[in-house]
Design a protein around this ligand. Structure first.
Ligand SMILES: [Zn+2]
Ligand SMILES: [Zn+2]
Length: 257
C-alpha cells in the first residue's frame, strides 16, 4: 500500500508526503521550517520518519525550505545536477546537507519507495517530476509544466493516483492584473498548465486504474477550485465532487492506493 497527503500546494509553497513499506518521502519543500513541521504534525508525522526530500526543481515555492529542513533533521535531498547547480548559483546554503543526484531517466529506490523521475518542459535548469510506487500501485505527480507532451502521457498512463497541476484559467489570467511578460511566461511552453491543458492531458491518459485525481498548484489570483473540478470531471466523465483539490493552506489529507 502507498499513502500520500499534501502539506500545501500553490504559488506560496508546495510539499507532498508519500509513505510505502514504512518509508516516508517528502516531495518538494517550499514552506518554512516551522510551517513544514507544524503541518507534518497535522498529518501525524514526526520529521525523524522522513528518509528523503525529492526536489522537482529550484523554484522557491518548491525548494526554499528543503535545505533548512534537511539540515535540521539530517535528511538526504535528491535533486538533478541542474537543480543542484541552480541552487548553488543562488548562493543557497548547501554545505553540510547530504545530497544525491537524480537522473531524469533512471528509476531508483529510497528504501521501500520506488521513485521514477521523468523530465518536463519548464523554465528551470533541469526540472523533473516523479511517479512514486510501492512496487505495485503508482502515484504520479505533475506540476510546473508548460505543455502536455507524449513523454508525459507515457509516464502518467496506468496510474492509480494522479496529482495534476491546474495552474490557471485562461480567461482569468488574461483578464487579470499580472504584467504582460508574466502572463506570457505562465501561458508559454515552459510555464504552467491551465485547466484546459490538464483536461486534455487527463483525457489522453490510460485512466483504467485511476482511483484518485487531485488538482494542484492552483493560482489564487487566476483560478478557482470549482473551475478545476469542472475541467477534470469533464475529462473523466465523473461527478465534480469526486475530484480532489490540493489547497495552499490545507493541502489534502491522507489517501491510499
Ligand atoms: Zn511551482
Ligand atoms: Zn516552477
Amino acid at each position: 500500500m502507498l499513502r500520500f497527503a499534501s502539506l500545501g500546494s500553490g504559488s506560496s509553497g508546495n510539499c507532498l508526503m508519500a509513505e510505502a513499506s514504512g518509508t516516508v518521502v517528502m516531495l518538494d519543500c517550499g514552506l518554512t521550517l516551522t510551517e513544514t513541521e507544524r503541518r507534518l504534525a497535522r498529518l501525524g508525522l514526526e520529521p525523524s520518519r522522513i528518509s528523503a526530500i525529492l526536489l522537482t526543481h529550484e523554484h522557491g515555492e518548491h525548494a526554499d525550505g528543503a535545505l533548512g529542513f534537511a539540515a535540521a533533521h539530517g535528511v538526504t535531498v535528491y535533486l538533478t545536477h541542474g537543480t543542484l547547480a541552480a541552487m548553488k548559483a543562488d548562493g543557497r546554503a548547501i554545505d553540510g546537507v547530504r545530497t544525491a543526484l537524480v537522473n531524469g531517466r533512471q528509476a531508483f529506490f529510497v528504501d521501500g519507495v520506488q521513485v521514477l523521475p521523468y523530465t518536463v518542459p519548464h523554465d528551470a535548469r533541469e526540472p523533473v517530476q516523479y511517479v512514486l510506487s510501492d512496487g505495485a500501485a503508482k502515484l504520479g505527480v505533475l506540476t510546473d509544466v508548460g505543455i502536455p507532451t507524449p513523454h508525459l502521457e507515457r509516464n502518467l498512463s496506468g496510474l492509480e493516483a494522479l496529482v495534476l497541476e491546474c495552474n490557471y484559467d485562461r480567461d482569468m489570467l488574461w483578464a487579470g492584473g499580472y504584467p504582460r511578460w508574466l502572463k506570457e511566461r505562465i501561458a508559454g511552453p515552459f510555464g504552467h498548465l491551465d485547466n484546459r491543458d490538464s483536461e486534455r492531458l487527463l483525457g489522453a491518459l490510460d485512466r483504467s486504474r485511476l482511483k484518485h485525481v487531485i488538482g494542484a498548484h492552483l493560482s489564487q489570483q487566476n483560478n478557482r477550485p470549482d473551475l478545476v473540478r469542472q475541467a477534470l470531471a469533464r475529462a473523466l466523465g465523473c461527478a465534480e465532487d469526486w475530484i480532489g483539490i490540493a489547497g495552499q493552506d490545507d493541502g489534502f489529507a491522507w489517501r491510499s492506493i
